[in-house]
Design a protein around this ligand. Structure first.
Ligand SMILES: NC(=O)c1ccc[n+]([C@@H]2O[C@H](COP(=O)([O-])OP(=O)(O)OC[C@H]3O[C@@H](n4cnc5c(N)ncnc54)[C@H](OP(=O)(O)O)[C@@H]3O)[C@@H](O)[C@H]2O)c1
Length: 407
């Protein structure tokens, strides 16, 4: 009986209204609560992978897709009947954005089905015309500018999921405000590229386990570089190889500097209730001052800068090997301090056994003692990141009391 009520309540809004004469009438209003509407914010690698996963998966619909300049929504007649962007429009968006064309270009051949708007107008339409209680906004950007819009969406009752670390690795006040939305806010793919690091850690903390230490490798690029050094390869060769395989940012110094890695460690420390700010995180950059982007153009770094770093790293790796250890660029969150940098670790430890681009989370706690909880998984890639985003969105959807699981 209660199951029946839950199912009905997800489909219908039931209003009980008193009438003159003491009669009570039941008003039943259809709310399209069996449909989950996704707003895909950012249409790069992760946003496109998310669209591919969602396309044609009833009852999921894509309400809007936005990039740094504009947004595409379904045409008013589709919109008013509860339909999101059609499969044809989504195909066109994915194909155009993969070719670095604009969302306007993607929308142009489908003018009866959809329309392109400026970014601000698209946001206004999403926030004012949709029943935001069954809308989830997926931030698949790398932007520091999305927080206000995400806050507005949450304020209107929508859910928010992040692949983008910046909203929760900026000031502590923003983090506290976002996580305060509790069941409507998720951030699995910000650490570990969608491998279930955040959810597992969150459950342990929520259940009251005492965390003694969190360590891990949260960068596929730096993992790849460190295993290359372990294999005796020169740093320059490994970094250029990683770049050729698409594992690095266009400027590999963005990875080697450690700031992106530090954001992930910061997020985990905050999840334990620590009041850490980015300035508190000790970051060891692998990039020497002379090779800093302010002093050396990218071309020179790739041809000369990297080579100038080879000897120091080869010496460090050989010294570690002599002690039965290997080098890992790792996070260490313990005793109130958060550090990311190169560590010598035992070759037979979970960190030492890690190879390639995989990520690893190691949690030492009161319950997980003496053997820590170890979670390992892919550390990069649009598909696994989008999978984490989608899993988060589905969880929010079901916590909103909405309809059946997607087929
Ligand atoms: N790729 C991975 O394997 C991976 C793994 C783990 C986590 N992540 C995280 O996932 C996020 C997305 O990564 P990605 O590789 O997909 O990045 P990307 O290819 O650079 O795409 C970023 C997208 O965000 C859009 N954008 C930028 N500012 C925006 C704004 N203010 N409003 C709306 N859209 C905006 C960009 O628009 P334009 O197209 O107009 O430039 C672009 O479409 C990042 O935060 C990244 O750290 C990625």
């Amino acid at each position: 009986m209660s199951k029946l009520f839950l199912t009905l309540s997800s489909l219908l809004l039931i209003l009980i209204r008193s009438q003159p004469g003491g009669r009570t009438v039941l008003l039943i209003v259809l709310r399209h609560r069996d449909t989950m509407y996704l707003v895909v914010l950012g249409c790069g690698q992760v946003g496109r992978a998310l669209i591919e996963m969602v396309k044609g998966r009833s009852p999921l619909q894509v309400l809007a897709v936005m990039d740094s300049r504009s947004g595409v929504l379904s045409a008013p007649q589709r919109h008013s009947s509860g339909d999101g962007l059609s499969a044809d429009v989504l195909r066109s968006i994915v194909d155009c954005k993969a070719r670095s064309e604009s969302l306007e270009d993607a929308a142009r051949p489908h003018q009866s089905d959809c329309a392109a708007y400026s970014l601000d107008d698209a946001w206004n339409m999403v926030l004012t015309t949709a029943d935001t209680r069954n809308v989830v906004v997926a931030d698949c950007t790398a932007s520091g500018e999305t927080s206000d819009s995400l806050t507005a969406a949450l304020g209107r009752g929508a859910g928010v999921v992040l692949a983008n670390k910046k909203p929760i690795s900026a000031g502590l006040a923003a983090y506290t405000s976002f996580v305060g939305f509790d069941a409507r806010f998720r951030w699995e793919s910000t650490v570990g590229a969608g491998s279930p690091f955040v959810t597992s850690f969150k459950r342990m903390v929520a259940a009251g386990d005492t965390i003694a230490k969190v360590s891990g490798v949260f960068s596929g690029t730096l993992g790849y570089v460190m295993t290359g050094l372990e294999d005796g390869k020169p740093l320059s060769e490994v970094v250029l190889d990683a770049k050729a395989q698409g594992f690095t940012e266009p400027d590999p110094r963005d990875d080697l500097g450690g700031v992106d890695f530090a954001r992930k460690a910061l997020i985990l420390s905050r999840m334990m209730g620590w009041t850490t700010e980015m300035a508190d995180v000790q970051i060891e950059s692998l990039v020497p001052e002379a090779c800093d982007p302010s002093r050396m153009p990218l071309d020179a770094f790739l041809t000369e800068g990297l080579v100038s770093m080879n000897e120091a790293f080869a010496t460090r790796a050989a010294a570690a090997k002599g002690r039965g250890c290997v080098l890992r660029y790792a996070a260490s969150i313990e005793g109130g301090s958060v550090r990311v940098g190169v560590e010598e670790v035992d070759r037979d430890s979970p960190l030492g056994r890690l190879r390639g681009t995989d990520n690893l989370l190691v949690i030492d706690s009161a319950v997980y003692d003496p053997t820590p909880l170890v979670i390992q998984g892919r550390g990069a890639g649009p598909q696994c990141t989008a999978l984490g985003v989608l899993a988060d969105a589905l969880e929010i959807f079901s916590s909103m009391g909405s309809g059946p699981s997607p087929k």
